[in-house]
Design a protein around this ligand. Sequence first.
Ligand code: FES
Length: 371
Amino acid sequence: MAEEAKNSGGTGAVVAAQSHSSAEAAGGTAVIAADAVQNPGLPPHRKRVTDLDPKKAKSAERTVYTLFYISIAGSLGAVLAYMFFPIESGDPMAIRLHTLFVGLGMALGLLAVGIGAVHWGKALMADHESIDMRHPVPSDEETREASAEIFKVADEESGFSRRSLVRNSLIGALIAFPLPGITLLRGLAPQDRDPVQMLKHTMWTKGVRLARDPSGVPIKASDVTIGSAFHVIPETLTHEQFSEMTLDERGGSDNFLDAKAKAIVLLMRLDQAELKELPERESWSYDGIVAYSKVCTHVGCPVALYEQHTHHLLCPCHQSQFDVSEHAKVVFGPAKRPLPQLPITVDDEGYLVAQSDFHEPVGPSYWERLK
Ligand code: FES
């Protein structure tokens, strides 16, 4: 027997055939057992109450379009909730109410249209089984005509064209449902200000001293030795002064931390012989001291690692590297543009001060197109 199995090259098939002596089997084919379970066929068809009683059918129809109207109401309710329960900064109750009512509206919109569609299918659409024969592709003319006929029959049986109230309310529900999603997008931008202008400006203005982060102690040019690096904020960035500033003076930010995140700067001093400055930026540095935005131009992480020997700044998020000796150009990584440079000089007392704001938007490269 072992010899037979070896010769056949299919041990499993031979063993299987021997275990079913009454079945005919060949190597590599399945064994058909004589006692296989018979196909029980379809259960007898039972008509639904809506098939037997026109009143029940009418009642089901009312239920379906009522559900679709409820869906419309839910979706529109979410839009209204967005307007009447706005998110107030710093008010947790406002956030809770906003989330609750917008969420309830959207849930109702989706749930009701789903239940309505299922109920329509179960209670009103034609209830019989049909066999769809397979045909070669492409279909011949006769098949296409048959398909068109099927659509026609389906339309007649579902009542899609005939039950105009159901159909129209479904279309209305499906159109209304995406509205809350579109409305929510508006919340991504400030309500009353141009987001582009907000991103374009920071708290730096002419004469603002460069101060250490987080102490706020202003930095003198003489404090910055060759090879050193400072994390810098505007001297005016204190909670007391910030609360008294106008929106423009805050660089368009309502929030203290937002303003700080945009204005944060790295300050380094290089040997002037190693500094390769662009001709139009020669006046932007002071005695080898340069200042660059700390916000990575890839997706905005803080570029916080400075390698003194290579003059490279490294962003720890995706390893972009910027060469400080060459106007912070990108030398490695996914960032697409140099770090924006803050023009600096010194005041009468020897403190480092900004000559102006940045000349381009800080942060991810997307905004480069707005330069
Ligand atoms: S955020 Fe800096 S490299 Fe990605």
